[in-house]
Design a protein around this ligand. Structure first.
Ligand code: ZN
Length: 87
């Protein structure tokens, strides 16, 4: 059975990253950050945190994201999304 060696930056779920994912550099290595592609897209939050995008751009990017499972996200991630969408 695959062991857990990573935790999603968005929802906190534990998952397994295989060694070849970790070593793959030619693709966006979303497996090293989040457990699913949609959660990787939601990592726009990280870009917002480090000020590489402004609030409106972050809001536009979030509008493209699947937020249907927002309730399983880490509490601080939920709070940041609410703040971006409603401030
Ligand atoms: Zn996740």
């Amino acid at each position: 059975m695959d062991y857990i060696n990573a935790h999603c930056a968005i929802c906190g779920a534990g998952y397994h990253v295989c060694q070849s994912c970790l070593e793959t550099r030619q693709f966006k290595p979303w497996r090293t950050v989040t457990d699913t592609v949609s959660h990787f897209k939601n990592s726009i939050l990280h870009d917002f945190e480090i000020r590489s995008v402004d609030r409106q751009a972050a809001r536009d990017a979030l509008a493209e994201c699947d937020l249907s499972d927002l309730d399983i996200y880490l509490p601080e991630i939920q709070a940041r999304i609410e703040e971006i969408l409603h401030s």
